[in-house]
Design a protein around this ligand. Structure first.
Ligand SMILES: Cc1ncc(C[n+]2csc(CCOP(=O)(O)OP(=O)(O)O)c2C)c(N)n1
Ligand SMILES: [Mg+2]
Length: 1021
């Protein structure tokens, strides 16, 4: 086999050099005219002089090519083969059969030089790498791109005169073209094969994938001997699906001429492509697909792929009707435009299986739904025990502009292979209509393809001409096969066009006149396919007409039925959510205390490390201290309280998942949810060992990639799948959450109102002023409060048994100050019959604060214990003053209302100043506002000056939120007016905090000083 080795060694070297060249589009920029339609592979005009080859006839090849002894070996092998062809390896059999047999009669081969052999290999390789550059991808044929001269024969020293010479390509250990048993071919036929495989209506990009098996797998499918051929039956199905796709848009266009629908015209082959992809995926074991997509063609996908009833789509198109009253519990929310709505259906596949499809609702913000879909797919895998990740998958549809432009695309792609985020591959389909609103690709991206961002992953990208429906179907199927085989992402780039404007009332010729002149006369993909099938006699005109008539008739019927369509009660909660309450149905408030024996038992589990485990010395001490806290029941700190909340939820059968940057250890080195053996590096997660045979993923804590948008979106999607889970995302520092602002604005704060979907996602945002500068102090609580939808001037029903305040509010914002209260607020997320997002301004220095400790009795449900209120042990929305004040305390001169860690500083200052006439109450739940408890405290201190104290500047923090609400509470009990609410805190500021520690210290001192000053505080401060 030395011949093989030697030859492939030389070739590898040459290839590596070839591949290492600077990318042509960079290296050659400026050297060539900008748009050179260099599509001519038969060119005899050499653009660049090729090095003159020094011919060495193959027949004379001896030791210079084969190493020393191998020529002898070859002769022996040949003799053996002549005696018995089966006595040698199959590849040698091929070699001798083709090469030796013909050598005598074929002057072409005998003249083949080593250099030519090498160059031929390079040529084949060049097609594999760059063939896509020459593929006929643009249906409009307007595409102007630089052609790689790698595909120019002249570069390899060949001329037209060589085209009919026969060449021996070799039998290589590589799938596809180079492995075939037909090594002797004319150069013309070699080129034809390469052109057919790589330069047709599909352009394959896969040579950036380093995995040899994966490349071989693709080559086997790309470099096939026979061109792709669908059966008559398949063609009928494809035509039928394309007819549905096309006539659906036509129908909408005629019925609602001026309505925005972001039609798919120009990209109609997406529908047959998707359907065939799903059918193929179902054949290969996929049972459920989560789909995310933007506006373009969404209605078509809803109707034709997901099979949302057409009458419902048409009814919504006509303005829709709000669901009719059907007894208690009807909640319609604020609704959303038709092209944002999600839905889910079970639909049969061509192969006779059923597949569950859910299209996730999404906002206008392009690509924001990407991580949500992936997170939801991952959750489906967890709940269905889909260990191989082959039964549930995510499919994302993108626009060309947004795929290239939006950073969240990259953030999502980069989750794809992370152990705690992978879904075994997302299939991406880009509806590449070569324009984004009014912007041309050349102004919208710096890369050659809109899909180039995906090359950051080692995944294949299939570019396909959207006018060739069979090619679209082919690559869609191939994508499904790839995903099911290699469990990784894959991209299908459907190069199409947009027949009309960005929406139906836009005029595209204002900005793309040339393109639209061509589009005007361009036949639809359906017309092209019908023509092709008619001309080849594969289908009759009658069949075509029958198909069109059938579709038109059904569309008409559904349109008529849409007029009487009455939406059903609610289309929102999937199977897992049965019994969960809408904001209009009362959910009983439950206690969150836990039996003491359970607390003890789980407490021991989470503080015990395996016997032979060797943790870091400091960690060992921390675990010892935690064990003591459980043992003595005293001094439970933040991290242990959190672990107790997680552990008790797990004992109750819930799934707990915490993700974010560095959450395993904790940014502030406080959590240590995963401990590392200092000798072996082994990891141990105590919370994985709460119950016997605990499922590995039941508790998941995972450091994430350094992405806020992507990871928060992922967790949001994850949380929406099943209510029996506490899903948490923690920001490194609270302010970094603004990198995920779209998630807060468009999903978390408004998703239930717009789309009737609930989530109990908890978001932990480290917050607090401790002199770390402007970027690590504030979690920007004001932003979350500003987005809260509770009315500042109306006190809702506050009776404990009738209270729906939280249900009616869009989310909860808390700033908790005790470990026990943190424990209860986390547990409360699941101990209710509805789900609501929870924003927690979480502490930093309270993690180790000497006074920020709780007694175990505050966690339990024992009557008479300190946590036990009138109703039992629950999260305290407000913590009254530490002093054991009676129902009325007339001697208190000042009531300070505050939230968060400033409480401890105020308390300290009160002690230092001996201001026993000052009461300090902690508003632990800012939103929705605890009117009842505020009023209780106002009544308790009838003579007190009312002060809101915060560390944040006046234009930040909770001040703007609480001010009108405190006033509303006061007004309801006839207690003063808005000017009676005094402000103590930092002055308005552009930056959240000073960068100078000394200034911080001074400011903090002043706040405390003012809060305790003996003289009354002026208005407003
Ligand atoms: C994040 C974001 N920025 C801007 C917009 C406004 N906008 C809506 S559609 C669109 C063009 C999208 O182009 P492309 O992704 O190519 O999709 P197409 O409409 O061509 O299908 C723009 C800029 C948006 N919806 N979302
Ligand atoms: Mg576009």
């Amino acid at each position: 086999m030395a011949w093989f080795r030697a030859a492939s060694g030389v070739a590898r070297l040459a290839l590596r050099r070839n591949l290492a060249r600077t990318p042509y589009h960079v290296a050659r920029a400026g050297a060539l005219p900008r748009f050179q339609p260099a599509r001519c592979f038969h060119s005899t005009q050499l653009r660049r002089a090729a090095p003159v080859p020094r011919p060495v006839p193959l027949s004379r090849l001896t030791d210079s090519f084969l190493d020393g002894t191998s020529s002898v070996y070859l002769e022996e092998l040949q003799r053996a083969w002549e005696a018995d062809p089966s006595s040698v390896d199959e590849s040698w059999d091929n070699f001798f059969r083709n090469f030796v047999g013909q050598a005598a009669t074929s002057p072409g081969i005998s003249g083949q030089t080593i250099q030519e052999s090498m160059r031929l290999l390079l040529l084949v390789r060049a097609y594999q790498v760059n063939g896509h550059m020459k593929a006929k991808l643009d249906p409009l044929d307007l595409e102007e791109r630089e052609m790689s001269d790698d595909l120019d024969l002249a570069l390899y020293g060949f001329t037209e005169a060589d085209l009919d010479r026969e060449f021996f390509l070799g039998v290589w250990r590589m799938s596809g073209f180079l492995s075939e048993n037909r090594p002797v071919q004319t150069l013309r036929s070699i080129l034809e094969r390469l052109e057919q495989a790589y330069c047709g209506t599909v352009g394959y990009e896969y040579m950036h994938i380093p995995n040899r098996d994966q490349c071989n797998w693709l080559r086997e499918r790309i470099e096939t001997v026979k061109p792709r051929e669908y059966s008559q039956e398949r063609r009928q199905v494809i035509l039928d699906r394309l007819t549905w796709s096309t006539l659906f848009e036509n129908f909408l266009a005629t019925k609602w001429k001026a309505a925005k629908r972001f039609g798919l015209e120009g990209g109609e082959t997406l529908i047959p492509g998707m359907k065939e992809m799903f059918d193929r995926a179902a054949d290969l074991g996929v049972e459920s697909i989560v789909i995310g997509m933007p506006h373009r063609g969404r209605l078509n996908v809803l109707g034709n792929v997901v099979r949302k009833p057409l009458r419902q789509i048409f009814s919504e198109f006509s303005g829709g009707t709000k669901p009719v009253e059907e007894g208690e519990g009807l909640y319609t929310g604020t609704g959303d435009v038709k092209y944002h709505l999600g839905t889910s259906y079970d639909r049969p596949t061509r192969g006779g299986k059923m597949i569950h499809l859910s299209l996730v609702a999404n906002p206008s913000h392009l690509e924001a739904v990407d991580p949500v879909v992936v997170g939801k797919a991952r959750a489906k895998q967890y709940y269905s025990n889909d260990i191989e990740r082959t039964r549930n998958m995510g499919v994302l549809i993108h626009g060309d502009g947004s795929f290239a432009g939006q950073g969240v695309v990259y953030e999502t792609l980069h989750l794809s292979a992370l152990p705690n985020y992978t879904t075994g591959g997302t299939i991406h389909i880009v509806v590449n209509n070569q324009v984004a609103f009014t912007t041309d690709p050349k102004c919208g991206r710096s890369s050659q393809y809109c899909t180039d961002v995906a090359k950051a992953l080692s995944v294949p990208i299939f570019h396909v001409n959207g006018d060739d429906v069979e090619a679209v179907v082919h690559v869609c199927e191939l994508a499904a096969e790839w995903r099911q085989t290699f469990h990784s992402d894959v991209v299908v780039d459907v190069v199409c066009y947009r027949r009309f404007g960005h929406n139906e009332i836009d005029e595209p010729s204002f900005t793309q006149p040339k393109m639209y002149r061509v589009i005007q006369d361009h036949p639809s993909a359906l017309e092209l396919y019908e023509k092709e099938l008619l001309e080849s006699g594969r289908i009759s005109k009658d069949d075509v007409d029958r198909m069109r008539n059938k579709v038109s008739t059904i569309l008409e019927e559904e349109f008529i039925n849409s007029k009487d369509y009455v939406p059903r009660k609610r289309d929102w909660l999937s199977a897992y959510w049965a019994g969960f309450k809408s904001p209009e149905q009362i959910s009983r408030i439950r206690n969150t205390g836990v039996k003491p024996e359970i607390l003890k038992r789980v407490g021991q589990a989470i503080t015990t490390l395996p016997e032979n485990f060797k943790p870091h010395r400091a960690i060992k001490r921390i675990f010892q201290q935690r064990a003591e806290m459980i043992e003595t029941e005293e001094g439970i700190d933040w991290a242990l309280a959190e672990a107790l909340a997680f552990a008790t939820l797990i004992v109750e059968g819930n799934h707990v998942r915490l993700s974010g940057q560095d959450v395993e250890r904790g940014t502030f080195s406080h959590r240590h949810a995963v401990v590392h053996d200092q000798e072996t590096g082994e990891m141990y997660c105590p919370l994985d060992h709460i119950i016997i045979n605990q499922d590995e993923e039941m508790f998941t804590v995972s450091n994430s990639s350094l992405s806020e948008f992507g990871v928060l979106g992922f967790e949001l999607g994850y949380s929406m799948e099943n209510p029996n889970s506490l899903v948490l995302w923690e920001a490194q520092f609270g302010d970094f959450a603004n990198g995920a602002q779209v998630m807060f604005d468009q999903f978390l704060s408004s998703g239930e109102a717009k789309w009737l979907r609930q989530t109990g996602l908890a978001v932990l945002l480290p917050h607090g002023y401790d002199g770390q500068g402007p970027e690590h102090s504030s979690g920007r609580v004001e932003r979350f409060l500003q987005m809260s939808d509770d009315n500042p001037y109306i006190i809702p029903e506050m009776d404990p048994t009738l209270r729906k305040q939280i249900q009616e509010c869009n989310w909860q914002v808390v700033n908790v100050t005790t470990p026990a209260n943190y424990f209860h607020v986390l547990r409360r997320q699941l101990h209710r019959d509805f789900r609501k997002p929870l924003i927690v301004m979480s502490p930093k220095n309270l993690l180790r604060h000497k006074d920020c400790k709780s007694h175990l009795s505050e966690f339990d449900d024992v009557l008479g214990h300190p946590g036990f209120d009138k109703q039992g042990t629950r999260f305290k929305r407000l913590i009254k003053d530490r002093n054991d004040h009676k129902e009325i305390e007339e001697g208190i001169d000042r009531l300070i209302l505050c939230s968060g860690k400033v409480y401890y500083e105020l308390d300290e200052a009160r002690k230092n100043t001996k201001r026993n006439d000052v009461a300090i109450c902690r508003v632990e739940q800012l939103c929705p506002f605890p009117y009842d408890l505020i009023q209780r405290e106002l009544k308790r201190y009838p003579n007190a000056e009312i002060v809101w104290c915060q560390e944040e500047p006046m234009n930040m923090g909770a001040y703007s939120y609480v001010n009108p609400r405190i006033y509303t509470a006061m007004r309801a009990i006839s207690r003063g007016n808005i000017e009676d609410i005094k402000y103590v805190g930092r002055a308005p500021s552009a930056a959240t905090a000073t960068g100078f520690l000394s200034v911080h210290v001074q400011e903090q001192k002043e706040i405390l000083h003012k809060a305790m000053q003996p003289e009354p505080i002026g208005f407003p401060f």
